[in-house]
Design a protein around this ligand. Sequence first.
Ligand SMILES: Cc1cc2nc3c(=O)[nH]c(=O)nc-3n(C[C@H](O)[C@H](O)[C@H](O)COP(=O)(O)O)c2cc1C
Length: 363
Amino acid sequence: MKVLLINGAPRKNGFTTELLSIFKSGVLEAGGDPIDVTLRDLDIAQCNGCFACWFTDKDGTCVQQDDMSNLLHKFLECDAMVLASPIYYYALTSLLKTFLERLFPSTAVGLESVAHDRPDRLAKRHEKMGPKKTVLIALGAMRSTRTMEGAVSTYQLVTDGIGATSAGILLRPEIFFMDFAAGKPVTNRKVREAFKSAGAELIKNGKISDKTQKTAALPFSKNEALFRKHFSTYWTIAKELGLNTADRGTIGKVAAMDLRILMHELASCFDKVAGKDLQAVIQFKISVPDSNWYLSINNGNCEAINKLHSAPTTTMTLQKKHLTEILVNKKDPKVLMKSGAMKISGSSRLAARFSRLFPPPTG
Ligand SMILES: Cc1cc2nc3c(=O)[nH]c(=O)nc-3n(C[C@H](O)[C@H](O)[C@H](O)COP(=O)(O)O)c2cc1C
């Protein structure tokens, strides 16, 4: 099965490219024949709306001779087409939209007959007109998929318009969290696996299962408040680093180890049952680099605060690299205590309960 993988992202090495390449690995594994198309590297002008492709002596040929001529052949000959786009301002990117508009020469004057409740559809110019199956990969920064609705709707209409059937829609909200999902390792792995499985399912079954589509869109943040916190921290880090978003790799790596994210994730792992009646403050005195965080536990709730508390129940003094071992690698603090990498003052009983109060994330 020839699968045209259309990358509609303007940014190099972004999440669109990453998700598409994971999808492609599934296509390859299942024996499919992927064809990469990176729109930003091609010279494709806007459709100028002249309708010459319908009426000249070379019907079906665009008057504009650019990279679309070659791409139109690829479109006509493929069996499946994957449209991958970041959401830009509630829509598919203009790169992708331009590509879709320039498919116009594959249509001819006239309308196909469709059921009265279906959208109108132009006649096809060619016997073999393009893919029989389509897939949408859409990703965005927001937590809700509401801002993706326009893109989904466009994709569905285009699929219908070219006479194809949708094999599945993979939406990936909270996309930036893919880089720092240390607090959500299980979900992160599941999401990546779903994108790979989707590629394989397209080849093997001509359809991506509902389960795979749902898994691809699993939430990374536990709730809206945590999402908002992480969202703003991510952009604060980007600003602090003085980089633009094109350097996604660096921002992601720094964010993955940033205590402003990890400590709030840790607080969200608090086991309300294990700490039901507990009232306590666990202070982290962090050296190299200096910072102080405490966890305030009260009435089954836990909050992370970036300060030194005046009367903590327990104080754990350690370097940041050791704290991240607890937070990211889920190392039991007892191991660090034994090795001397962490010093405890105050209640050592509370320190000993730490792993039960903050179990590793299951999601
Ligand atoms: C101009 C612009 C508009 C955007 N609009 C939305 C939006 O409406 N909804 C959303 O969830 N994300 C939106 N985003 C976030 C992008 O979808 C996000 O940056 C995505 O990672 C870009 O893909 P990339 O990593 O392949 O570059 C927007 C980003 C830009 C630059």
